[in-house]
Ligand binder design. Structure first.
Ligand code: UFG
Length: 329
């Protein structure tokens, strides 16, 4: 399948590009390199430096590369910033997707895979989270993702778009071969920050709250390996042949880990001590988020290779050891 991967130089997108190739597909990358890294995409892969909202460029790529399917990973994902600068998020994460879907429609490209998020559930009404729970995001980031989900459903009904929206839990880890990994600037995610605290590259990790109603008082999250996520995106291809197909899947391991447990896993894997301080709760953090991914397992045959947090941390550690400065290393 000729697949346009928008945001293919970003964290999850670049891992998906690698998995697409391993599965025998032909990825083509479109990325404006605002957050992506050119080095995250192998040199032999066709690369377009451009914007997701550039209709003329999209048309050119669809035609030249004979694109069958589009994957979209190019959303902004800083929850706090989405609260202080919502228009930036509604523009990039929603308005530009309107342009993208219009360009796909005009060029007859009718298959789409969308990166959605567990943030669309807000504070979930029950745990583990199944796809049928009500979605009430508590920040503009989650709202923009939910708005796109709604738009996709309408497009499937109106003009036969076939799509899958994957609601990710906490993407983590790095490619097994250590070639690509997580490199955000600024970095806000727990595992890379804890590794940096362990190596002394940054100061102590701040634990955001120890008074949550959880077994050890710290937040519970569902860390899922980025290659496991990527493989689900490819497993769904065969389901998208029927026009108007609309699919939603949670992607998580279903095993919650507390912040303290993640810190312990990093200590175990690295053999280093993680310096830590206890801080205030971070605004907008639900106490616990973890998935029921039975639907993805049953319908897509999705198999989770990294069921254990230590296995995930091992891959992140391999990447960070060799790339302490990310792609600038
Ligand atoms: N945490 C700390 N200290 C830190 C960083 C994080 O204690 O320095 C805690 C957080 O409070 C949270 C957990 O570690 O309980 C995980 O935090 P992350 O920032 O790594 O991940 P989130 O669960 O906040 O974010 C995830 C995805 C985001 C997505 C968000 C939507 O990783 O991309 O869900 O809710 F935007």
């Amino acid at each position: 399948m000729n697949t346009l991967v928008i945001g293919g130089a970003g964290y999850i997108g670049s891992h998906c590009v690698r998995q697409l190739e391993l599965a025998g597909h032909t990825p083509v990358v479109l990325d404006n390199l605002v957050f992506g890294h050119r080095k995250a995409v192998a040199p032999h892969i066709k690369f377009y430096d451009g914007n997701l909202g550039d209709a003329a460029l999209l048309k050119e790529i669809f035609e030249k590369e004979k694109i069958d399917l589009v994957m979209h990973f190019a959303a902004y994902a800083y929850v706090g910033e989405s609260v202080t600068d919502p228009l930036k998020y509604y523009d990039n994460n929603f308005a530009k997707v309107v342009t993208l879907l219009q360009a796909m429609k005009d060029s007859g490209v009718s298959k789409f895979v969308f990166s959605s998020t567990c943030a669309t559930y807000g504070v979930p009404e029950k745990l583990p989270i199944t796809e049928d729970l009500s979605q009430s995001p508590i920040n503009p980031y989650g709202q923009t993702k939910l708005d796109v989900e709604t738009m996709l459903k309408d497009c499937a009904r109106a003009h036969g778009l076939s799509f899958a929206a994957f609601r990710y839990f906490n993407a983590a880890g790095a490619a097994e071969d250590g070639t690509i990994g997580e490199a955000h600037d600024p970095e806000t995610h727990l595992i890379p920050l804890v590794i940096d605290a362990a190596t002394g590259r940054r100061g102590p990790i701040t634990i955001f709250g120890t008074d949550y109603p959880t077994p050890d008082g710290t937040c519970l999250r569902d860390y899922v390996h980025v290659d496991d996520l990527s493989r689900a995106h490819i497993a769904v291809f065969e389901k998208l042949d029927t026009p108007g197909t609309a699919l939603f899947y949670n992607l998580g391991t279903g095993t919650p880990q507390s912040v303290n447990e993640v810190i312990s896993a990093v200590e175990e894997v690295t053999g280093l001590t993680v310096p830590k301080v206890i801080g205030e709760r971070r605004a907008g953090d639900p106490p616990a988020l973890y998935a029921d991914s039975t639907k993805a397992r049953e319908e897509l045959g999705w198999e989770i290779k990294y069921t254990d947090i230590r296995g995930i941390v091992e891959t992140a550690w391999k990447w960070h050891k060799n790339h302490p400065e990310g792609y600038n290393s």
